[in-house]
Design a protein around this ligand. Structure first.
Ligand code: ZN
Length: 264
């Protein structure tokens, strides 16, 4: 199943994240090419927040590992969202990664046996990411880069546009618009008056192109419902359900959740 069919739930709140262990499918997708890494390639996965980019990146990396290929993953230092040495999707799927500041640092960490290089949050790297990715592909490596294609104003988010231009394979998974339910390609910034760090120039604030952030600061929206300014959050009727869950949790537990509790 393609990741487009598995949109992240943009309304899952921060409190849910520790309880929620999402399953990531290792089924074959349209972009799986056995042995591609031996010839060198650059694959770029772009989209809005909550589009499942990182899940798709991790799915491809896991399949490379199944093929006994040696994988290394890198991410920019700015992404302190969930974990320092892991690439993490919003659904809390983790993959061990090396944190770097400049793309060229990849060469310092690159192991001789590495065949596949994954890079997450590509939009937070300098434009040197394009040169480094091309150099890695020229050396015969399979290079996979995931990142936001636009910022919260809907503007192209460098260096992703340049990377798309030189990529061999491009995918643009789409999220779900929280207003109308159609496919979403935009990242809507919403008001978070009570959030600590909301006005921090590093962690967020309106002067930052896209905050490193979780679900509370952004929504996925379609072209029609996106506005290029900070907007009010879309109310979620399912908030009622999570309140209800707290009171009657047993009704909704899967067998796996019950097993996990029994083993604690
Ligand atoms: Zn919409």
């Amino acid at each position: 199943m393609h990741s487009e069919n598995l949109p992240e739930n943009p309304r899952m709140n921060q409190n849910d994240k520790n309880e929620k262990k999402e399953f990531i499918s290792l089924q074959a997708g349209p972009r799986d090419h056995a042995g591609e890494g031996l010839r060198g390639s650059l694959e770029v996965i772009v989209g809005s927040m909550f589009s499942g980019k990182t899940e798709e990146l991790i799915r491809r990396l896991r399949r490379s590992q199944l093929a006994r290929q040696s994988v290394q993953v890198f991410k920019p230092r700015i992404d302190v969202r969930y974990a320092r040495d892991f690439v993490a999707s919003h659904n809390q799927i983790f993959f061990p990664s090396i944190t770097i500041e400049e793309p060229a640092e990849i060469f310092n960490h690159l192991l001789p046996q590495t065949q596949v290089v994954g890079i997450d949050e590509g939009q937070f790297f300098s434009s040197d990411l394009v040169r480094v990715s091309e150099e890695l592909a020229a050396r015969g490596l399979r290079v996979l880069v995931a990142g936001l294609d636009t910022d919260w104003l809907g503007q192209p988010f460098e260096p992703m546009p340049q990377l798309l231009a030189v990529a061999d394979v491009i995918d643009k998974p789409r999220a779900v618009c929280v207003v109308c339910g159609s496919l979403a390609t935009r990242t809507q910034k919403i008001r978070i008056d009570d959030e600590p760090g909301a006005n921090d120039p590093v962690l967020g604030g309106e002067n930052v192109r896209v905050q490193v952030g979780g679900r509370k600061e952004y929504e996925a929206r379609c072209r029609k419902h996106f506005v290029a300014r900070v907007d009010a959050a879309t109310p979620d009727p399912n908030d009622f359900v999570s309140e209800f869950l707290k009171e009657s949790p047993a009704l909704f537990k899967t067998p796996q959740m019950q097993n996990d509790e029994a083993s604690v």
